[in-house]
Design a protein around this ligand. Structure first.
Ligand SMILES: Nc1ncnc2c1ncn2[C@@H]1O[C@H](COP(=O)(O)OP(=O)(O)O)[C@@H](O)[C@H]1O
Ligand SMILES: [Mg+2]
Length: 434
């Protein structure tokens, strides 16, 4: 697989210093995550509220300066942090101090020269590290060529109400990106705005209205238009449908899916709900407390979840079938099962077929065994798809034809078994309903 990497995130950390005085503490919102996104791919980032998804997106689009790690867009460095350099300076200073103290306490020999040499070396090292920090900070500054590059990375936000300026017309909101990019010709701007409004399913007349005149779904379409007008290559969609009515969610998701294929967009799709990402993503990363605990293709993740946290997320997905719901067992994730220690450190490892799991060496061994035993299911049979409420019941009924397929995972098995009793009236609806 030799596809172009659009985004590379390497060991990204975003730590916030909060509080003051005795209440000072560091919130490790993002704590060393790494992933790549390939051209044309939809990459899902999923995890419960507060695990650091938004912070990841905001750091990529440079709304925050990263604490540590590196972000590359099409090979070009667009952001990163310097914490590791600062740490190296601190460490070198501490080591030099310890060495000097040891030499000083040794009164039998004259160590003056040795001490002078240590001090000289330290000075050189600190100078080099500081230069590196300076260079990186200069690289990170949001100006020059980087401004142009960053136009190719756009974000749509979770809340379509607060992310649109209420005092600007839709046209002004959408055209802002063009104006910032230096376009002044109002005729061309108008044309482009009208065109993009049509692309997102609105009409040119909408351009002269204000955000409050629109419904939630329409506002999210305005947000999408604003992001798309600058023709980005990478779109970061931060829970774009979670603030919308269930019946509108499928429409917006379908719009994004259409746009993705017609414009050949690469999308980082953030969600707290696994069922939404499954429908939309090629690969999915599951995030927990600032770390990626599992990363696999959408199919592998649903058919063969390995990390206990992913399993617990899957067990939380409801299915509109009362019989299945009665038997569905939810289990919560208990992080104390891991026994991590200084000598037993976890990391994200490929356990086979590009299925990455976060675990200690022992755990990884077990995951590898689990993967090799798992049957390779061609299509997922987990009964989870984005459906509007109105069609949900119909889907339960429509499940019958798939009941005989071998189920890959426990929840799916139960659902299939329990839906057997339901009379099959219609063939299985595979696509998301509008
Ligand atoms: N600007 C900030 N300052 C301090 N803490 C923050 C800031 N932004 C987010 N956090 C904290 O970082 C963690 C992750 O937040 P966030 O990225 O918004 O999570 P998610 O989008 O997954 O719900 C939370 O504990 C949140 O309180
Ligand atoms: Mg969020």
């Amino acid at each position: 697989m030799n596809r172009e990497k659009v985004l590379e995130v390497k060991g990204l950390e975003q730590h916030f210093k909060v509080g003051s005085g005795r209440n000072k503490m560091v919130v490790k919102a993002v704590d060393g995550i790494s992933f790549d996104i390939y051209k044309g791919e939809v990459f899902g980032l999923v995890g419960e509220s507060g695990c650091g998804k938004t912070t990841t997106g905001r750091t990529i689009v440079k709304l925050y300066d990263a604490t540590n790690g590196e972000i590359l867009f099409k090979g070009q460095r667009i952001g990163g942090g310097v914490a590791s350099y600062v740490k190296r300076i601190k460490q070198a200073k501490a080591e030099a101090k310890a060495e000097i103290n040891a030499l000083k306490s040794d009164t039998t020999t004259d160590n003056k020269e040795k001490i002078a040499q240590i001090k000289k070396d330290l000075k050189l090292l600190v100078k080099a590290q500081k230069q590196e920090i300076k260079r990186m900070k200069k690289d990170n500054a949001f100006k020059g060529e980087l401004v142009n590059t960053m136009k190719q990375v756009q974000m749509i936000f979770q809340d379509p109400i607060s992310s649109l300026n209420p005092r600007m017309t839709v046209k002004e909101i959408i055209a802002e990106g063009l104006r910032i990019g230096g376009l002044r010709d109002s005729k061309i701007i108008d044309e482009k705005v009208f065109e993009i409004l049509k692309v997102v399913g609105l009409v040119p007349e909408h351009a002269f209205r204000y955000p409050h005149e629109f419904s939630g779904g329409q506002r999210q379409r305005i947000g999408i238009a604003r992001a798309l007008i600058v023709e980005p290559e990478l779109l970061i969609a931060d829970e774009p449908i979670s603030a919308l009515d269930v019946s509108i969610q499928a429409q917006v998701i379908n719009l994004l899916k259409d746009l993705q294929s017609t414009l050949n967009l690469t999308i980082l799709f953030i969600a707290h709900d696994l069922s939404v990402v499954k429908y939309f993503s090629d690969r999915i990363a599951v995030m927990h407390f600032g770390k990626i605990v599992e990363l696999a293709s959408s199919e592998d993740l649903f058919n063969n979840p390995l990390h206990p946290y992913t399993k617990s997320l899957l067990s939380a997905i409801p299915f509109p079938n009362p019989i299945y719901e009665k038997t569905r067992k939810r289990f919560s994730y208990d992080a104390s099962v891991h026994n991590y220690s200084e000598t037993n450190q976890p990391s994200l490892v490929d356990v086979g077929g590009n299925h990455f799991v976060y675990g200690s060496p022992d755990e990884i061994e077990n995951y590898k065994k689990e993967v090799s035993k798992a049957p390779k299911a061609k299509t997922s049979s987990t009964p989870v798809e984005v459906v509007s409420e109105a069609k949900a019941e119909e889907k339960v009924v429509a499940k019958k034809p798939t009941a005989k397929k071998p189920a890959a995972k426990a929840p799916a098995k139960k659902a299939d078994a329990t839906t057997k009793k339901a009379p099959a009236k219609k063939p299985a609806a595979k696509k998301v309903t509008k």
